[in-house]
Design a protein around this ligand. Structure first.
Ligand code: GSH
Length: 227
């Protein structure tokens, strides 16, 4: 049985990628949730995970400590992690890698906080650029491979890599064109995404650094989380 280490569902966008991929592919795992700020559990975890970051997949003696590496490790063992046709697979791997190493302004300014709604203070050109690139990339995948997922008919790792973007769009009311907005709504309707969202709303713990980051970007118009 795989063991997957993740952090708070409200905030941890990297954790969501591996978690939603495994849930959608029906790959069974035991979940270990580390709470941001709870030093003792992170100290224990760091004895196992060399980078000290989540997600981290433990499979017996094998430790895989990065979301992209986890996708590739699972792809060696399970069908359906990447699209089956080669051009779609190449596209999906490129787009997932672009998400993994790019979209800095979107990631920094619009940090994931599933249960909160925020009015941004400003819309800098760099953020507009990241949103335009999301629009272009999603439209390209959907048109090229026929949808409803980015690599074609089935949900694959590239969709998992963009799953946190759907929550960011909802939190910060980011405007996308119609096809991209439909795709984001499709992600949010997935059973696994609804389950993650419900758990995020149920978290009563607040992590000060994440809350501060969010308040620097804008003002809270709604907080749907349990208190
Ligand atoms: N590139 C890594 C990023 C992982 C990452 O930054 N995870 C954050 C949580 S979302 C984390 O573990 N932060 C805790 C820390 O850095 O101490 C991946 O793809 O898995």
């Amino acid at each position: 049985m795989y063991e997957l280490y993740i952090a708070n569902k409200n905030y941890s966008s990297w954790s969501l990628r591996s978690w939603v991929l495994m849930r959608e592919l029906r790959i069974e795992f035991t979940e270990h949730l580390l709470r941001f700020g709870q030093t003792s559990s992170w100290a224990d975890f760091r004895r196992t995970a060399p980078s000290g970051t989540v997600p981290c997949l433990v499979d017996g003696d094998t430790i895989v400590w990065d979301s992209l590496a986890i996708a590739e490790y699972l792809a060696e063992r399970h069908a359906g992690v990447w699209p089956s046709n080669s051009p779609a697979r190449a596209w999906a791997r490129s787009a997932a890698a672009e998400m993994h190493s790019g979209f800095g302004e979107l990631r920094d300014r619009c940090s994931m906080s599933c249960g909160v709604r925020i009015r941004l203070n400003e819309m800098p050109a760099a953020l507009e650029g990241d949103i335009a690139r999301i629009d272009a990339l999603w439209n390209d995948g959907l048109q090229r491979f026929g949808g409803p997922w980015l690599g074609g008919r089935t949900f694959t790792a590239v969709d998992a890599f963009f799953a946190p973007v759907a929550f960011r769009i909802q939190t910060y009311a980011l405007g996308l064109d119609a096809a991209a907005a439909d795709y984001a709504a499709r992600l949010l309707r997935l059973e696994s995404m609804r389950e993650w969202y419900a758990a995020a709303l149920g978290e009563t713990f607040r992590d000060a650094p994440h809350e501060e980051e969010m308040l620097q970007a804008g003002s809270v118009t709604e907080d749907l989380r349990n208190t």
